[in-house]
Design a protein around this ligand. Structure first.
Ligand SMILES: CC/C=C\C/C=C\C[C@@H](O)/C=C/C=C/C=C\[C@@H](O)CCCC(=O)O
Ligand SMILES: [Zn+2]
Length: 609
């Protein structure tokens, strides 16, 4: 038997005693004060006798608390206590609640105009510049800045919401829309939503803006500001096809709708798997559908993450490692097994090796797969480690077991067994051993302690390197001293975008012998014209790593226009570290803070410390 769960260290809530089964939200979005004003009604299930209800909050102003049991109001004094990096805790003291009781808690409150989960944008800061905009990002522990809640992935609740916004704007949530109607005053509009599948708090999400909808299929649509709607429809036209392949691998899609919303450029991530409504960065609009792997990734979260959820952020790899593995399974089904092998090897080399060696260093705590977060904000530990070390572990197990079909069946049965639940690494491992009880010797040969609990790089899995070989050979022509550099870009032009990226990455790895060939490389492969954001980013990084002065303006411009942290963080890091660019980069960053997402500001400020 897997050992009982240790507590989730990132929540103060007393979820062992009492859980929230349902939230009803009643919100007014105020674009003048840049905040949310409203109330929540939470249905509670008491698991053990208790005379406290403890919820997570961050910078909320709580106006009143009212607790009812069997429709009668009962004593409920409340106080707010500091909880360090984790915000504050709202402690509601009451008469003893007995196991089995189902009290109802009503809280009237408002958010701060600095709520960590929210970015309010003035009309001029949006793509179309016609109306203000709001979007949320609750993962990992920011939901507490918009509702008093049990902000832990180990508690799942259904929710419904009525959200009142200025007329002319559209409101979307991580839920199924149930129409809209004019507000009582007639000057605003109220949108209604229901999420009937229970979800952890980090999947609560809201967008309000001037949005247009384009249907992709009966259950999929993309929302965007009108000037980007057509391009978004083209870019994500394959969403339904990917969703069907995902269902073949992982099981039925339970969420009803799968919609996308293309957010303003300040959105700090590539995508966020909010149920029924994935949030997407506009950097995916490459014009040639070459970045739809991110859509496959977010779709995969509909099973790994949203249905089967990491018990705490210490087990984040169960969300992300499984999702990357599934994303690449889907890619393999659509484009062939060689492609899956190639993408997996790229992930290991481009993301994992670089993060371990260059970002953290091999001894760093955050390079462990299972984390010990303690009281730290989980955002600080966020990196590609859980994504790539996690998927490399699954790849290694699959290969050791030697039967891909059977491993795929295991994945599906794991999803089925733990759907609607939250799971720890030990529970997953115990289930793996149960299903493969006939292969115990093979499983015992895996160095579990090294993979799960040691820092640094794990052993590299054996990938079929057929597609990688061509990339390394081409890169070698640029980095082998004495070799003649290519003068035409034909081989490169015929490569897939992932292969092009692998070429640039292989040059970056061997930059010591690349010399001063940046101008020829740029011209031969027309890298300064790259529309694909990944390729553009790698070219910029190569230029910065080579201290190639002409790259500086383009890098500063890219970091200014793109809020996705995967790009702007390494670019600013490089610019800060180069004495010739440091001052310019710092002043650009500081001047741009009012336009940036608070999560990105915090991350880039930490580079300056
Ligand atoms: C070990 C760390 C534990 C927990 C961290 C959990 C969340 C961190 C928080 O910062 C939010 C992350 C959200 C990520 C959303 C999408 C990613 O898949 C994007 C990855 C980078 C990109 O493609 O831009
Ligand atoms: Zn993910």
């Amino acid at each position: 038997m897997a050992p009982p769960h240790p507590r989730d260290p990132s929540t103060a809530s007393n979820y062992e005693q009492v859980v929230v089964s349902h939230y009803a939200l009643n919100w007014k979005i105020d674009f003048e004060k840049n905040n949310i004003i409203g109330d929540i009604v939470a249905n509670l299930d008491v698991k053990q006798d208790t005379s406290n209800i403890i919820l997570d909050i961050r910078d909320l102003t709580v106006h009143s608390v009212c607790l009812r049991l069997n429709n009668e109001m009962i004593r409920s004094d409340f106080s707010s206590k500091d909880n360090g990096a984790l915000g504050q805790k709202l402690v509601i003291t009451t008469d003893t609640l007995k196991s089995g009781d189902k009290p109802v808690l009503e809280i009237k409150y408002e958010t701060s105009n600095q709520a960590a989960a929210l970015q309010f944008l003035a009309a001029e800061q949006t793509t179309d510049r016609v109306a203000p905009y709001l979007f949320s990002q609750c993962q990992a522990i920011n939901a507490r800045s918009i509702i008093p809640c049990m902000d832990t992935p180990s508690v799942k609740s259904t929710y419904e919401a009525d959200v009142c916004v200025p007329t002319g704007l559209t409101c979307l949530m991580s839920a199924i829309g149930h129409g809209s109607k004019p507000s009582e005053c007639g000057k605003r509009i109220v949108f209604s939503f229901k999420q009937p599948v229970s979800i952890p708090s980090y999947l609560l999400a809201i967008v309000v803006g001037h949005l247009e909808r384009k249907d992709i299929s009966e259950r999929c649509a993309v929302w965007a500001e009108p000037s980007q709607a057509e391009a978004s429809l083209y870019e994500f036209a394959e969403t339904e096809k990917i969703l069907k392949v995902a269902e073949d691998v992982a099981g039925p899609y339970v969420w009803g709708r799968y919609d996308l919303v293309v957010l303003p450029a300040t959105f700090p991530f590539g995508g966020m798997e909010n149920p029924c409504l994935t949030f997407i960065t506009p950097t995916l609009l490459a014009g040639d559908r070459s970045l739809v792997n991110v859509i496959a990734h977010e779709i995969s979260h509909s099973w790994t993450g949203n249905l089967v959820t990491n018990f705490s952020w210490e087990h984040f790899w169960l969300n992300e490692g499984f999702t990357v593995f599934l994303e690449r399974k889907i890619h393999g089904k659509m484009f062939g097994e060689l492609e899956r092998q190639f993408e997996s090897e790229c992930g290991f080399e481009e993301a994992l090796v670089r993060t371990v060696n260059d970002v953290f260093g091999p001894e760093h705590e955050y390079t462990k797969l299972v984390q010990n977060l303690g009281n730290a904000d989980p955002d600080e530990a966020f990196s590609s480690i859980p994504y790539e070390k996690g998927s490399a572990l699954l790849f290694t197990i699959e290969q050791a077991l030697g039967d891909n079909d059977r491993f795929e069946k295991f994945l599906r049965s794991y999803i089925q067994k733990f759907s609607y639940k939250s799971v720890s690494t030990e529970e997953w491992k115990e289930y793996l051993y149960d299903v493969f009880s006939d292969k115990k010797i093979i499983l015992d040969n895996i160095d579990w302690n090294l993979w799960l609990h040691k820092s640094g790089l794990p052993p590299k899995p054996h990938y079929d390197s057929t597609l990688m070989k061509a990339c390394k050979e081409l890169a070698a022509k640029w980095t082998t001293e004495g070799s003649e550099t290519p003068t035409d870009g034909e081989i490169f032009a015929k490569m897939s975008n992932s292969q092009k990226l692998a070429v640039i990455d292989a040059i970056r790895v061997n930059k010591g012998t690349f010399g001063d060939r940046m101008p020829e490389l740029t011209a031969t492969y027309k890298l300064d014209q790259a529309k694909n954001a990944e390729l553009k980013f790698s070219w910029l990084m190569l230029g910065l790593e080579n201290k190639w002065t002409p790259i500086v303006d383009a890098s500063l411009a890219f970091a200014l226009s793109v809020g996705r942290m995967k790009y702007c963080k390494p670019i600013y890091r490089s610019l800060f570290c180069w004495s010739a660019t440091r001052d310019r980069a710092i002043s650009q960053f500081k001047a741009n803070i009012p336009n940036m997402h608070p999560i990105t500001v915090k991350a880039i400020q930490s580079l300056l410390k």
